[in-house]
Design a protein around this ligand. Structure first.
Ligand code: XBP
Ligand code: MG
Length: 242
C-alpha cells in the first residue's frame, strides 16, 4: 500500500502551541470574564489530558469551581469565554508568537510540491489552524490542505477516532494508505483507533505519554524528508529514533 495522504495533528505537532499560546489565551479570557481562574504551567499540563478547550474548562470548573456549573447559563458563559480565548489565541499566533516545530515546514512543502494530499485532524478550533499555517508559511498554505478536520465537527474528541474518521472519509482513501503525525498519547490513540499508521514526535508536555502502536518515534521532524515518511509507511523502517 502506497502513501496517499499525510494527516497532521496541530497542537504539539505543528507547533508547541499549548503553554505559550493556548494557556496564556485561556488565562487572559478568564480575567476578561472576571473569573478567578488561573492555570499555571503545571496545572495546564494536567488539564491537557482533557482534549478540547470547552471540555477542559468544564472539567476544571467541576473540580475547582463547582458552583459555577450550577449556573443556568454555565454552558453559554463557557462558550463566550472560549470564543474570547480563541480571539486572543489567534492574535498571539498572528503576532508571530507561535513558531512551527523543526522540520514541519519542510515536510509540508515537500508533500505539496509532490502533489501528496495533506490533511489536518485536530481537536483545536478551525480558526486556530488557518491562523497558524497562514502566519508561519503564507496565506495560501491553508488551501494546500485537502481536508481540515478541526474542533466541533465531531462530537467525540481525541482519543476518540472520530476526527480521523471524518477526515479520511473526506479524503476518500483507506486509513492504511495514510500516515498520521501526532504529539500526544490521546492523539496517537485517536489515529490508531481509526487504523491510521502513525509517527509520533512527542511534545514537551506529552513526553511521559504512552506511545505504543506508533510506527516510529522521533524527537521532531528535523532531518526527515518525505521519502523517509514514505519508507516508514511502507513498513521498511519503524525503529525508535529518539
Ligand atoms: C489540542 C487540544 C486543543 C487545544 C486548545 O488539540 O486538545 O483543545 O489544547 O484548543 P490537537 P481549543 O493536539 O488535537 O491539535 O481551545 O480550540 O480546543
Ligand atoms: Mg496534539
Amino acid at each position: 500500500m502506497s502513501l496517499r495522504a499525510l494527516i497532521f495533528d496541530v497542537d504539539g505537532t505543528l507547533a508547541d502551541t499549548e503553554q505559550a499560546g493556548h494557556r496564556v489565551a485561556f488565562n487572559d479570557a478568564f480575567a476578561e470574564a472576571g473569573l478567578p481562574w488561573v492555570w499555571d504551567a503545571d496545572r495546564y499540563d494536567e488539564l491537557l489530558q482533557v482534549t478540547g478547550g470547552k471540555e477542559r474548562m468544564r472539567f476544571y470548573a467541576g473540580d475547582f469551581d463547582p458552583e459555577f456549573l450550577e449556573r443556568e447559563d454555565a454552558d453559554a458563559v463557557l462558550a463566550g469565554i472560549h470564543a474570547a480565548k480563541t480571539r486572543r489565541y489567534v492574535a498571539l499566533v498572528t503576532g508571530g508568537r507561535v513558531p512551527l516545530r523543526p522540520g514541519v515546514e519542510t515536510i509540508i512543502r515537500e508533500a505539496h510540491a509532490a502533489g501528496l494530499p495533506l490533511a489536518i485532524a485536530t481537536t483545536t478550533s478551525p480558526e486556530n489552524v488557518t491562523a497558524l499555517l497562514a502566519t508561519t508559511m503564507g496565506d495560501e498554505v491553508p488551501d494546500w490542505f485537502a481536508v481540515i478536520g478541526a474542533g466541533d465537527v465531531v462530537a467525540e474528541k481525541k482519543p476518540a477516532p472520530d476526527i480521523y474518521e471524518w477526515v479520511i472519509e473526506r479524503l476518500g482513501v483507506d486509513p492504511g494508505d495514510c500516515l498520521a503525525i501526532e504529539d500526544s498519547g490521546p492523539g496517537l490513540a485517536a489515529a490508531r483507533a481509526a487504523d491510521v499508521p502513525t509517527v509520533v514526535t512527542p511534545s514537551a508536555q506529552a513526553s511521559d505519554d504512552v506511545f505504543s502502536g506508533a510506527i516510529a518515534r522521533y524527537t521532531d521532524l528535523s532531518g526527515l524528508c518525505l521519502d523517509d515518511l514514505r519508507t516508514l509507511h511502507a513498513g521498511t523502517a519503524g525503529t525508535d529514533q529518539t
